[in-house]
Design a protein around this ligand. Structure first.
Ligand SMILES: [Zn+2]
Length: 202
């Protein structure tokens, strides 16, 4: 019989994506062999994930222990243009775009898009919160909304749906320019390619 702490650990970890019961048990024995300080460090690191907050404007995850502000570092940066907004699918896409250092504006993370282009309730809420922000802070119209969505078949369908939802909310609604191969993904584009696609948006 497995001791209770191991069984408990294995049950919890086996419920995580990509980890089965056998791997969870192996992980437990491995950690036990590493000793108390490694286990304590891991426990602390896991606990710190509970301090991650979701930005109330762009929905990126962030930690800001110094203030109680509900905004991430991009949304609270006065140097970033509030009237140029990139709509992205995933947080990893935001990170890829940030790495290019070529985007002066802010973001909205929509969450994983469906193949058929139908936006779910959360995505509609997020688009509405963007529209409200534009009404409140930008006198009803942003300068530009960049749909930084993968140039794949489902990405194109979704971009069409999103631009319908956002009609009238910006002077220009653009897509990333050439550079990212058709069918390619933003997350995997190198910085130069993505930077170029950002500058050539149309
Ligand atoms: Zn934010």
């Amino acid at each position: 019989m497995l001791p209770d702490p191991i069984r408990k650990f294995a049950d919890l970890f086996a419920a995580l994506p990509g980890i089965g019961p056998r791997q969870a048990r192996r992980l437990a024995f491995y950690l036990i062999s590493q000793g108390k300080s490694v286990i304590a460090e891991l426990a602390k690191t896991i606990y710190e994930l509970s301090e991650i907050k979701s930005c109330s404007q762009c929905f990126a995850s962030y930690t800001n222990p110094k203030t109680t502000a509900a905004l991430c570092s991009v949304c609270s940066d006065p140097q970033r243009r509030p009237d140029v907004i990139a709509v992205v699918e995933k947080e990893t896409d935001l990170i890829s775009l940030e790495k290019t250092k070529k985007f002066p504006g802010r973001y909205l993370i929509l969450g994983e898009l469906k193949k058929d282009g139908i936006l779910d309730a959360v995505q509609k809420l997020r688009l509405n919160s963007l529209k409200n922000f534009i009404k409140r802070e930008l006198k009803g119209q942003a300068e530009e909304i960049v749909l930084a969505i993968n140039p794949t078949t489902y990405g194109n369908i979704n971009a069409e749906m999103i631009s319908q939802e956002l009609r009238g909310a910006a002077k220009n609604i653009t897509r990333l320019g050439r550079g990212i191969p058709t069918g390619g993904e933003i997350e995997f584009a190198d910085e130069d390619t993505l930077g170029e696609a950002l500058q050539n948006r149309s």
